[in-house]
Design a protein around this ligand. Structure first.
Ligand SMILES: Cc1cc2nc3c(=O)[nH]c(=O)nc-3n(C[C@H](O)[C@H](O)[C@H](O)COP(=O)(O)OP(=O)(O)OC[C@H]3O[C@@H](n4cnc5c(N)ncnc54)[C@H](O)[C@@H]3O)c2cc1C
Length: 421
């Protein structure tokens, strides 16, 4: 077994781990990053459909969900979207603004991950890639982390060895393989992200480490994920249809493109809504946001039209057919009773359905829940329970909406920890 010392040991060479490493190394700290993946920043590299929605010009704590809505404010105030833009500009990485203030790379998401890795390497950070965490402990003076080569190509997705280490049989102390390394550091940064998108090696190891040091963890739930509807849902079978809609759930609404899928709904409106949806609760869809069907029904020029004709002008044909109550489809608009108008209004502006679930972690861009922040410093991300322990990025109970908020949180919280660790 090899034993090496370092000042700052970072678990996870993803978005927040790289940012933290770069920041700490710039202060002259000796930094080591451990990751079971063989490449750095794997989620960064697939983010934004390969173009990486790396930040958003409208950056406020209200774009985040979590147990304490004020928690992200300090780090966000000290690392703004323009700070990220400046960093990219220093490295001549071209970007563009898209709708709703979202900033994307023009060429490739790899540019961002490569830039962060290059900055770390230039500052002599040490990378231990393809290494899984076998055990974490504190010997009274420093953190001691045992790592060993990961077996799976993309990383050790089950983290089983860590689980057994927690139960007292620390690999590396007895019967250790010659390739086992024991790392000692005064500062330990847990930047292992959430369990969303496990197919590239995402795990909940960070939650287990946090629990080991006494932190409470809010249950994780997949978010930024398509919602699944019951097969009996009257709008089933419309896969491929996309239109602007207002989706409301948990008291929050989003007016954005909505996409029907084979199993339910997706598109930005549904993905955003998934952050606020609770199992068993309904979602309400307004298919005509920003307009009032009553006004269209009352317009004199529409009086002689059949209901199905007017709705056919407003919506894709297959959707129009499903939205109109069958007994009203062939009626003339001028002849509709007050209750018939109300039924039509409800069908178009307030379609309610209770999703049966989501497409799960494999299709979720993020997970809510995570390490509760009441025992974490919002300034430095340091644990109040174990000085020297830092938690950054998505491992914390801070989840951003769609639009570059999760990566920006990873940068900002990683930087906050790197300034102190
Ligand atoms: C498909 C997809 C697209 C996305 N697109 C965007 C986007 O465009 N904009 C945006 O803002 N957000 C996006 N996100 C979310 C964003 O990528 C994450 O919120 C962000 O990467 C979290 O940063 P992090 O540092 O906390 O975790 P990560 O970047 O996930 O890094 C965690 C690191 O820890 C390592 N790790 C995990 N478990 C272990 C273990 N047991 N042992 C050792 N290492 C381990 C992982 O390999 C990984 O390198 C997307 C997510 C997905 C899945």
């Amino acid at each position: 077994m090899t034993r090496t010392d370092t000042d700052v040991l970072i678990l996870g060479a993803g978005a927040s781990g790289l940012f933290c490493a770069m920041t700490a190394a710039a202060r002259g700290r000796r930094v080591t990053l451990v990751d079971h993946a063989r490449a750095t920043g794997r989620k960064v590299r697939i983010a934004g459909g390969g173009k990486c929605n790396f930040t958003n010009l409208e950056m406020h704590a209200r774009h985040y969900v979590g147990g304490n809505p004020h928690f992200p404010k300090s780090a966000l105030a000290r690392f703004t979207p323009w700070d990220m833009v400046s960093l990219l500009s220093e490295h001549a990485i071209a970007w563009e603004e898209r709708e709703h203030g979202q900033l994307f790379c023009l060429r490739s998401a790899d540019d961002v991950a490569d830039l962060l890795e290059a900055r770390c390497r230039a500052a002599d950070c040490r990378f231990l890639l393809g290494q899984r965490v076998e055990g974490v402990e504190h010997d009274g003076e420093a953190f001691v982390v045992t790592v060993a080569p990961a077996q799976a190509a993309g990383g050790d997705a089950d983290g089983g060895a860590y689980a057994s280490a927690n139960s007292g049989t620390h690999a590396g102390t007895e019967g250790a393989s010659p390739k086992t390394i024991r790392l000692r550091a005064a500062a330990l940064v847990v930047a292992t992200g959430s369990a969303a998108w496990p197919q590239i090696g995402a795990t909940d190891i960070g939650h287990r480490i946090a629990r080991q040091f006494g932190h409470a963890v809010a249950p994780s739930r997949p978010v930024l994920v398509p919602l699944v509807m019951d097969p009996q849902w009257p709008l089933h079978g419309l896969a491929g249809i996309a239109l602007p809609a207002r989706v409301t759930t948990g008291g929050t609404s989003f007016t954005l493109p909505l996409l029907f899928t084979h199993r339910g709904i997706s598109g930005p409106a549904a993905l955003q809504a998934s952050c606020y949806w609770q199992p068993g609760e309904p979602v309400e869809i307004d298919f005509l946001p920003g307009a009032n069907l009553d006004d269209l029904l009352r317009a004199p020029e529409h009086g002689k039209l059949l209901v199905r004709t007017l709705l056919g002008r407003l919506f894709p044909d297959r959707l129009a057919e499903r939205l109109v109550p069958p007994d009203l489809a062939g009626r003339k608009i001028a002849e509709l009773s007050r209750s018939a108008r109300a039924a039509l209004h409800g069908a178009v502006h307030a379609h309610a359905a209770v999703p049966t679930g989501t497409e799960g972690m494999r299709k979720a861009e993020a997970a809510t829940g995570g390490v509760r922040v009441d025992q974490i410093s919002s300034r430095s991300m340091e644990s109040a329970l174990r000085p020297g322990l830092f938690l950054t990025g998505e491992v914390l109970d801070v989840t951003g909406q769609l639009g570059g908020y999760n990566l920006h949180w990873a940068w900002a919280s990683g930087k906050a920890a790197g300034e102190v660790a």
